[in-house]
Design a protein. Structure first.
Length: 362
């Protein structure tokens, strides 16, 4: 079975050795460099990658990815698309070959998109950037996805248990290009609900609160916007925008809508609990964090955020129990929070204080 890794890059020499070490299980590695000036091309070639240099103007991620895909030989069985700031855990090839069946279209595998400062996992979901050589094409200027363009229907997607890809990006790298590219993406495909959701979220990142609210309300009105997890995320982002505008009651109502839309997700409960924490409504904090913690299975989608699955729900409960005079219960929650984030000095201080108050040290 022939497996080829392909990628796009620009000025990422700092990642080359780590990436090539990780991708070395493939038969070939092909890269489209879009204008590096920091030695990336030379280092990739020294490590055995086949590099083509080409300028993509105007810049679009889908154009660049399709040009890099074109570098993959036609007789390839499996294409593996990664970026230079990503790393596979060793043994990924054997796992992929074992799961790949004749006629497979794509493979899905576990992806850690972010890490906490203490090294623990942050945002985790399942990725699908491994695919058959023929019949696929990347679409959308940004947040590009694979689209089936072959005859008939695509082959099935197989799940590769144990295959793990980690993302370790350069925090100094700007994402300023994302907003204009998302606006272009929506202009090109105004009926695409996924891009509308991403555009609204991007306005939130840029603190354009009213644009965020307007865009995400439009997303929710679209007939194709039926995925409850994403709809709930739009509602939460609208709530966040209203909070930044100082409209806490409206934000609360949108959080309640998000919970009703997707009661199987922790995010809405935890964000509402945090709002109530800031308002000093302790019984509400306890109720909604309790609802969140009753959800024990972490979703596999990108909607799943890090904080609701970390120390935050227990931390909020500890504070709420303490503020309502229940320090023994507060201590139990504070210890849960610290176990999930053991290097957090504030959480450790909370445990020490509550142990002193209750006499339950150790």
């Amino acid at each position: 079975m022939k497996i080829v890794v392909y990628a796009i890059c620009k000025d990422e020499v700092q990642f080359v050795d780590r990436w090539m070490d990780s991708m070395g299980e493939a038969d070939r590695v092909v890269v489209l460099d879009t204008g590096s000036t920091d030695g990336t091309v030379e280092q990739l070639r020294a490590r055995g990658a086949e590099v083509t240099v080409e300028t993509v103007m105007p810049w679009r991620f889908d154009t660049a990815r399709n040009r890099s895909l074109a570098l993959v030989p036609e007789d390839t069985d499996i294409c593996v698309c990664t970026d230079l700031d990503e790393v596979f855990h060793p043994g990924w090839r054997a796992l992929l070959e074992a799961a790949w069946l004749p006629g497979t279209g794509q493979a899905t595998y576990r992806y850690t998109w972010s890490f906490r400062p203490d090294g623990g996992e942050g945002v985790v979901f399942w990725y699908e950037k491994v695919h058959a050589r023929k019949g696929y094409r990347w679409v959308h200027p940004v947040h590009e996805v694979l689209a089936w363009t072959g005859d008939g229907t695509p082959g099935p997607t197989v799940r590769v248990d144990g295959m793990q890809l980690d993302h370790h990006p350069d925090p100094a790298k700007s994402r300023a290009q994302y907003l204009p590219l998302l606006e272009l993406s929506v202009a090109e495909a105004p009926e695409d609900d996924r891009n509308m959701h991403y555009l609204g979220r991007e306005y939130l990142f840029h603190q354009r609160w009213d644009d965020c609210i307007r865009t995400l309300e439009h997303h929710l009105s679209m007939p194709t916007a039926t995925w409850k997890d994403e709809r709930a995320a739009s509602m939460r982002y609208i709530a966040r925008a209203y909070r930044r505008k100082g409209e806490d009651r409206t934000a609360r109502d949108w959080y309640l809508r998000a919970i009703a839309e997707a009661p199987h997700l922790r995010e809405g409960y935890v964000e509402l609990a945090y709002l109530l924490y800031e308002l000093g409504e302790w019984d509400g904090v306890l109720y909604f964090t309790g609802c969140a913690l009753a959800i024990t299975e972490r979703p596999r989608t990108y909607i799943c955020e890090a904080e609701p699955w970390g120390s935050l729900p227990h931390d909020l409960r500890a504070i709420a129990f303490s503020r309502t005079g229940r320090d023994v219960l507060a201590l139990a929650e504070a210890r849960h929070a610290l176990a999930l984030e053991p290097d957090n000095a504030r959480l450790r201080g909370n445990v020490t204080l509550l142990e002193e108050r209750t006499g339950y040290a150790g």
